[in-house]
Ligand binder design. Structure first.
Ligand code: FEO
Length: 399
């Protein structure tokens, strides 16, 4: 049986699950896999909405063929050109040579650049629509959600929003397609990690998109990854609103880089002092062991961040360097920061973290604690001062 599911009378999900890829975008771990969702609307005219990554193409083309049942596709709507969704476009154009490719003026240079395709193009602008017969497709531009060419397609007779990456999730669709068919608790971290890792840099464009889409009567959201939202629409929109406003909860993420355990001892000390001051939600990560994907996700959750590094070749330890580079690159906003670390002679770890604090413009709660070789009492006292200031600031913000 082919992999297709009716999401309404004449609209089908024809996506594929990817359980083989270890790293999404060759960087982000996906232990629960990922789904590439594509949809087909069968009407007087047939429209396919987005495609799948090329590794899933054979299965995908079979799925499409089964739905089309000998008919030709008339339109391919390209909401987003990232190759996890555009990877099967060339094969589709070979199979359906008269199909028009629908995109906007920023879509087509990418289509030519990635796949050499420059024919059968139909350009749409904000507010344009296409009638398929019973169904009507309306287009809205949502730049930088997640690339500059990104748009969404709203099928207005059924109230279905084809949202591209927005409202997507990591995790395969294990028999269930709709949000009310699957175990959302199991997927919870994969939903937030997808946002924080993939879309998280684009908080402001996400806010603009949410305002633009706010006036639509949305009955279903069909993203290009993760479940089809039909029951928990308000919840997922509220989550995107919260995350894209960098609105976080009371809690502290402590991340350390430690070669021989001295900086780690300071991390544990700070955590204990935070607990004694009533902070319950604390996550400690060793930057050498935990992929930044998970650390960044926790930082999107909690207001407090305390970073510690030993010195390494006169600078930061490499794993911490990678993490702060990503935080800067993603321009993560609105955190309260504490800094600690250790050195055996000239230092560099704490110094670099202090520069990071200036660049990212997070509020720093106390002077850094920096141990010489192993932490001494004065260093633990400074760890306590950091915990005290952090706890006080969080209580002020959340009381
Ligand atoms: Fe799922 Fe930005 O691609």
């Amino acid at each position: 049986m082919h992999n297709r599911v009716n999401i309404s009378d004449k609209i089908y999900w024809v996506g594929c699950n990817d359980r083989r890829t270890h790293l999404f975008e060759n960087y982000w771990p996906i232990p629960k896999g990922v789904a590439y969702n594509s949809y087909v609307i069968v009407d007087e005219k047939i429209a396919i909405v987005d495609t799948v990554e090329k590794g899933a193409m054979d299965e995908y083309l079979d799925n499409i063929e089964a739905v089309l049942d000998g008919r030709q596709a008339d339109y391919l709507i390209v909401n987003h050109m990232e190759p996890d969704h555009s990877g099967s476009i060339r094969s589709l154009t070979e199979r359906y040579p008269n199909m028009q490719i629908v995109g906007n003026k920023k879509t087509f240079p990418m289509l030519k650049g990635f796949y050499g395709i420059s024919e059968n193009l139909l350009e749409v602008k904000e507010g344009d629509s296409i009638d398929l017969g019973e169904h009507k497709l309306n287009f809205a531009m949502v730049p930088m959600l997640h690339w500059p060419e990104t748009m969404v397609t709203f099928e207005s007779t059924k109230g279905i929003l084809f949202s591209g990456d927005a409202f997507g999730a990591f995790g395969t669709l294990d028999g269930s397609i709709f949000d009310d068919e699957l175990d959302l608790d199991y997927l919870e971290e994969e939903i937030s990690r997808y946002y924080s890792n993939i879309v998280g840099k684009y908080g402001s464009p996400t806010q603009q998109a949410l305002k633009k889409l706010g006036g639509l009567d949305i009955k279903m959201i069909c993203a290009t990854h993760g479940p089809v939202w039909r029951t928990h629409i308000a919840d997922i929109i509220a989550k995107y609103d919260k995350w894209s406003k960098y609105d976080t909860d009371e809690g502290v993420v402590i991340v350390f880089s430690s070669m021989y355990g001295n900086t780690e001892k300071m991390a544990d000390n700070i955590a204990r002092q935070l607990v004694k001051r009533g902070i319950k939600k604390i996550r400690i990560h060793d930057a050498s062991k935990t992929h930044p994907s998970y650390i960044i996700n926790d930082i999107f959750r909690f207001r407090g961040v305390i970073l510690g590094s030993c010195a390494y070749n006169g600078g930061l330890f490499p794993a911490m360097e990678t993490l702060i580079h990503e935080l800067q690159n993603m321009a993560v906003k609105n955190h309260v920061l504490g800094i600690f670390g250790s050195k055996a002679w000239g230092g560099g770890g704490v110094r670099t973290l202090s520069k990071f604090a200036e660049t990212i413009k997070w509020e720093v709660v106390a002077e850094p604690a920096e141990a010489l070789c192993a932490p001494a009492n004065k260093d633990y006292n400074q760890c306590e001062a950091i915990a005290e200031s952090m706890a006080n600031r969080l209580k002020e913000l959340y009381s």
